[in-house]
Design a protein around this ligand. Structure first.
Ligand code: NAD
Ligand code: MG
Length: 385
């Protein structure tokens, strides 16, 4: 029996993780759940999975939840302290890190400090603090299992091989909803158009990141930290069918790929059950039915966010944390109708050009840079609108 904490249980990844737990009650038990919003769904999840402790964002949400649950309910906490209490719960074996954005950093780091293995969906944590997270995980002998489908594919394709035999990693990208639109057409796309992802059902932020291809940029940085390879050995191929989830090329010319129908339960389950595989009710991949798989190079002029992410990775220091924070602010502004789609990358580029503090030695440095970049991004937005 593995005891799980699910950070971000009401999100797309959280719900899929609980779906796996529900299908395998003999293998997994939920000891803590956290949610940023959607108290109704959290309430249902508490009734179904009976965690010992839960956390929500605000104390007013916590009060409402306590009222609904009555005296028999679990302990209900709030704020960052609540998240950290859940992430470090004494009975937990593994923490599923599925909060969206840099908000996942503090609880994920707390879980590592407490020696919990991590099933990592929250890529922003590695983007803004990859060096600190990976070094603490190593010191604490904590394993970080990737949930992101590309990184799970690479992790699976590396199994049984030696790291020094790897030539490069090839991350696949669906190309999102705007793969076939011209740069000129992108100037008037709406949040509604961008939220209409062809292959994956995901949270709103990552869906916009997929449309700008910042998601792939964040994933390149995530791959750098997880698999310890430089930007030059991390490639991206557009593969609109989302069947090949990523590949590893070896020095002898062999390329090993992991394939499957696009369903996040496969990588989530592998992170939970490694090295075993869980039976899942997922339709079989029918390559004959599909007939054709295609691949092409990404257009970094059209998808300039991808280039910004590569540049930030090469630059290092605080650049990836700034990239991430400015992106979070810009995406939110786009979703609220405050800026155009193409302004997302312009805002990020403007913030990255400003002189800034570059020393990242402690988590507080990351949090300070994150706050600084958010303030600057908001200022750029108010200047252009
Ligand atoms: P989502 O928006 O559907 O869910 C996010 C969860 O985090 C929710 O439970 C929400 O209540 C909670 N949350 C949001 N802001 C919070 C805050 N400030 N403090 C505490 N909790 C907060 O997002 P998602 O699509 O499930 O993605 C979660 C993470 O997984 C992201 O980092 C994303 O990049 C990554 N990821 C998602 C997918 C996918 O298929 N959805 C695939 C790969 C990676
Ligand atoms: Mg992914």
């Amino acid at each position: 029996m593995k005891n799980l904490v699910i950070l971000g249980s009401t999100g797309s990844i959280g719900v899929n993780a609980l779906d796996i737990v529900a299908a395998h009650p003999d293998k997994y038990r939920v000891v803590a759940l956290t949610a940023g919003n959607n108290i109704d769904l959290l309430h249902e999840q508490i009734r179904a999975f009976r965690p010992e402790i839960v956390a929500v964002l605000s104390e007013s949400q916590a009060k409402e939840l306590r009222r609904r649950l009555g005296p028999q309910g679990p302990e209900v906490l709030s704020g960052v302290q609540g998240l950290v209490a859940c992430a470090t719960h004494g009975n937990a074996d593994m923490v599923v890190s599925a909060i969206v954005g840099a908000a996942g950093l503090v609880p994920t780091m707390a879980a590592i400090e407490a020696g919990k293995d991590i099933a990592l969906a929250n890529k922003e944590t590695l983007v803004c603090a990859g060096s600190l997270v990976m070094s603490r995980a190593l010191e604490k002998e904590v394993r970080i299992f990737p949930v992101d489908s590309e990184h799970s594919a690479i992790f699976q394709s590396l199994e049984g091989h030696r790291k020094h035999d790897v030539r490069r990693l090839i991350l696949t990208a669906s190309g999102g909803p705007f793969c076939n639109r011209s740069l000129a057409e992108l100037s008037h796309v709406t949040p509604g158009d961008a939220l209409n992802h062809p292959n994956w059902e995901m949270g709103r932020k990552i869906t916009i990141d997929s449309a700008t291809m910042m998601n792939k940029g964040l994933e390149v940085i995530e791959a750098h930290w997880l698999f310890d390879l430089p930007a030059e050995r991390l490639d991206v191929h557009i593969h609109p069918q989302s069947i090949v989830h990523s590949m590893v090329e070896y020095i002898d010319g062999s390329v090993i790929a992991q394939m499957g129908v696009p369903d996040m339960r496969t990588p989530i389950a592998y992170a939970l059950s490694y090295p075993e595989r869980l039976p899942l009710k997922i339709p079989a991949l029918d390559l004959c039915e599909l007939g054709t798989l295609t691949f092409e190079k990404p257009d970094t002029q059209k998808f300039s966010c991808l280039k910004l992410a590569y540049d930030a990775l090469r630059e290092g220091g605080s650049a990836p944390a700034v990239l991430n924070a400015a992106n979070e602010v810009a995406v939110e502004a786009f979703l609220n109708g405050g800026i155009s789609f193409l302004n997302i990358s312009r805002i990020i580029a403007s913030v990255l050009e400003l002189p800034r503090e570059d020393e990242i030695e402690h988590i507080d440095d990351v949090l300070r840079v994150d706050r600084w970049a958010r303030t600057r991004a908001r200022r750029v937005i108010s200047e252009i609108s």
